[in-house]
Design a protein around this ligand. Structure first.
Ligand code: GSH
Length: 224
């Protein structure tokens, strides 16, 4: 069954990386299909058939197409042999994971990717971002990191002692924050320690390194 799993991703895409890491950590085999998000790869006729919403990540499992990183992570957890800790069967523990996954989309991701989309992707297609909007998103990002810093002052991982799919989803987003001028170590030390803890896992570290955040941060600063 695993042999027929295709995953459409880009190495800088945070939700794509969370799906790839989950598969690598759980021994799930897949065919990786890289989509060029900077030069219209999401808009091709071929890709629109895969996902009419023109976003990655997407999986095709046998003939079933599924989008949305969090839905994909839950689906893979339910259909493959994965340890319970990733997405606990206990309703209370599971709800803690779900709570963070929902929160992520309208807070941390909005604050981080929301800025990246406006600063990097939209200008490539001739759309200039509004400065006010970027400022508001930066505020949201800092509020989100402050909240995470508080939780991670108590917990080893986001929901407690064990790593879950929420750590993957939020961790890959946080990996991109230097691109929008966030210095984690000085402002959010508990988040920085948690990121180091995640990077102790080789599968996560490899994918995080491949995102090329350091190099891309230098490039972005050079443009300013
Ligand atoms: N809610 C989606 C978001 C996916 C997403 O934002 N993907 C980005 C790449 S990181 C994308 O495809 N952006 C293109 C666009 O939105 O135009 C998920 O969690 O999977």
């Amino acid at each position: 069954m695993d042999d027929s799993l295709k995953i459409y991703v880009n190495k800088v895409s945070q939700p794509s990386c969370a799906v790839l890491a989950f598969c690598d950590l759980n021994g799930i085999k897949y065919e990786r299909i890289e989509v060029d998000i900077y030069s219209g790869g999401l808009m091709t006729e071929e890709f629109r058939k895969v996902n009419p919403l023109m976003q990655i990540p997407v999986i095709i499992d046998n003939e079933y197409n599924l989008t949305e990183c969090h839905a994909i992570l839950r689906y893979l957890h339910a259909t493959r042999k994965c340890d319970d800790h990733w997405y606990p069967s206990d309703p209370v523990e599971r709800s803690k994971v779900d709570q963070l996954l929902d929160w992520h989309h309208t807070n941390l991701r909005q604050g981080c990717y929301g800025q990246l989309k406006r600063k990097i992707i939209m200008p490539l297609f001739g759309i200039e971002p509004r400065e006010e909007e970027i400022k508001d998103l930066q505020k949201l990002l800092h509020l989100s990191l402050k909240f995470m810093n508080k939780i991670l002052g108590i917990n080893k991982f986001l929901t407690g002692e064990n790593i879950t799919i929420a750590d993957l989803s939020l961790g890959f987003e946080v990996q991109s924050t230097p691109l929008v001028d966030v210095d984690l170590a000085s402002k959010y030390p508990n988040v920085a320690k948690w990121m180091n803890r995640l990077k102790e896992t080789p599968e996560i570290n490899t994918i995080m390194k491949d995102m090329g955040v350091e190099k891309n941060t230098e490039r972005m600063k050079a443009k300013i």
